[in-house]
Design a binder for this molecule. Structure first.
Ligand code: HEC
Ligand code: HEC
Ligand code: HEC
Length: 435
């Protein structure tokens, strides 16, 4: 009897495995000669350039700016380190032999030309929404780049995470291939914004928390998440921005890197704004602003101005009541730049009471900006902020407690000093690896 049950179970196991293998198996698409530049119109290539920016291909596929798109950027995960691939048209090490069909399948199903499943660190889960014409323009752009012969380092993933076939199981659970479907009840501009944000722009890839398998939690869409040691804040009704984001302020922020009543774009968001969206048309930035402003139910621009004034005034009132050590640090290190006239707040001297980083549940962005400053490639063009790594952990902790207590109405942060030390270590290793 037990023998028979064992035999049935083994049989069933083999059957399930066979069905999975049939499901998981993807054919290799034959190699082709790399297309020649004359195959694509100039207009198509230019459209592809803007789309590649919106999709942020550069950021993830470039390590050395001299060798754009040649891959090799490390992606540390809980399962080991993965490296981005070479997507220049080099036939030996890049995607030169990929046909249009292979490229479309890669972008929409996360399957390489040779049939191997790709890992979702490559955001094909978003790119699947992209229309045919736009993928064709991207293909035209990539195939007309300078081919770079460069093999990315081998992935360092632990068994069984290195078995690409198992990615088919991940897809079964967390991925659906689909194209963007416009919502007829919404205006055209909103739909354009939704198409760009959910598809190529993959905004939720950073702004949405993930489950333990690395898939985005759709039930917590745009609730804010930590990614690559930056905190990408909530963009939905949970936004902690003291002044609600309006379409106009989102437009300014996404176009220039800052907006009058908010902070500036630093860290990975600076990359999105300055490298990624830099070549996008004004209309597409407007579309993104329309989509995200509708998500957070903002008020009018006049309300925004009034809230900003009131917020700065209450910070000034609260500051007048305290005179602790934190305020001394602030006066010595920050106040020479970060003061503001409540009736005329200016983005060039961002008023810290208007900054999401001070009100966020996670202090990491504020700590990083305090330690590292704001570089030339970040925030608004033409302005920088020095870093204050020479302050002690105790000084910074007192300073940030003071700012939190006076410039916001949020509860105090826990364990600030530990988090400051953790960030200090990370900043030190980052600077070493860049040299
Ligand atoms: C968030 C980082 C990220 C972004 C943004 C990104 N990629 Fe990738 N991409 C990766 C990683 C990592 C891999 C390697 C995945 C693997 O090995 O399974 C990859 C792989 C690929 C591949 C497969 C290449 C091969 O040889 O197998 C293609 C094609 C590709 N990306 C194209 C693009 C294009 C086009 C864009 C912009 C629209 C883009 N990627 C944006 C991270 C990214
Ligand atoms: C690679 C990760 C990443 C991607 C992709 C990304 N963001 Fe961000 N975003 C961040 C981080 C990190 C911050 C915090 C920056 C700071 O504090 O200056 C941020 C901040 C923002 C803010 C400011 C929020 C506030 O209250 O201060 C807005 C608005 C925003 N992102 C919109 C977008 C949009 C729109 C997209 C898609 C086009 C996008 N982001 C894609 C990482 C990302
Ligand atoms: C020399 C002038 C100067 C000093 C001193 C200074 N800052 Fe700044 N800070 C700036 C400027 C300018 C920006 C905007 C940079 C940009 O847009 O590129 C900025 C931006 C910021 C931001 C916004 C980051 C974001 O994500 O929106 C924070 C937070 C901040 N500073 C905190 C501090 C703190 C805390 C101190 C004191 C330890 C300090 N700053 C000292 C000039 C200064």
């Amino acid at each position: 009897m037990t023998k028979r049950i064992t035999a049935i179970l083994v049989g069933l196991g083999i059957l399930v495995l066979a069905v999975f293998l049939i499901y998981a198996w993807e054919p290799s698409i034959p190699e082709q000669e790399p297309p020649s530049p004359g195959d694509f119109s100039e207009a198509m290539i230019e459209q592809g350039r803007a789309l590649a920016g919106i999709g942020n291909c550069q950021s993830c596929h470039t390590v050395d700016p001299e060798r754009p798109l040649a891959g090799g950027r490390p992606f540390p995960t809980d399962f080991g380190t993965l490296y981005s691939t070479n997507i220049t048209p080099d036939p030996a090490t890049g995607i030169g032999t990929w046909s249009r069909e292979a490229f479309h399948r890669g972008m929409r199903q996360g399957v390489a030309r040779n049939g191997a499943h790709l890992f979702p660190a490559f955001p094909y889960t978003h790119y699947t929404l992209v229309r045919d014409e736009d993928l064709d323009a991207l293909y035209a752009y990539l195939m007309t780049r300078e081919p770079v012969n460069a093999e990315p380092p081998d992935n360092q993933l632990r068994f069984p995470f290195n078995v690409r076939l198992l990615q088919a199981g991940w897809k079964l659970l967390f991925f659906e291939e689909e194209r963007y479907q416009p919502e007829d009840a919404r205006p055209e501009l909103w739909n354009r914004g939704a198409y760009l944000a959910q598809g190529l722009g993959h905004c939720s890839a950073c702004h949405t928390p993930r489950n333990k398998f690395g898939a985005e939690r759709t039930d917590l869409a745009y609730e804010g998440a930590v990614i690559d040691n930056w905190y990408a804040p909530a963009l939905n009704t949970d936004s902690r921005a003291p002044v609600a984001w309006t379409e106009a302020s989102l437009y300014d922020y996404l176009r220039s890197g800052g907006s009058t009543y908010h902070g500036v774009a630093v860290g990975s968001m600076a990359d999105v704004v300055h490298r990624g969206l830099g070549e996008a048309e004004n209309r597409d930035i407007r579309a993104l602003a329309s989509y995200f402003s509708a998500m957070a139910e903002p008020g009018s621009d006049e309300q925004a101005r009034q809230t900003a004034t009131a917020t700065i005034q209450s910070a000034q009132r609260r500051t007048a009541d305290t005179l602790g050590y934190g305020e001394k640090v602030f006066t010595y290190a920050c106040a020479s730049c970060h003061y503001n006239d409540p009736d005329n707040p200016r983005a060039l001297r961002p008023d810290l009471s208007l900054n999401t980083a001070l009100r966020a549940d996670n202090p990491m962005n504020l700590i990083r900006v305090t330690l590292e400053g704001v570089g030339n490639e970040e925030g608004l063009p033409g302005v920088v902020m020095p870093g204050f790594a020479e302050l002690s952990n105790a000084d910074i902790s007192a300073l940030l407690h003071f700012l939190r207590a006076t410039h916001t109405d949020r509860p105090a942060w826990d364990n600030l000093e530990d988090e400051i030390e953790r960030q200090r270590q990370k900043v030190a290793t980052n600077t070493e690896s860049e040299q």
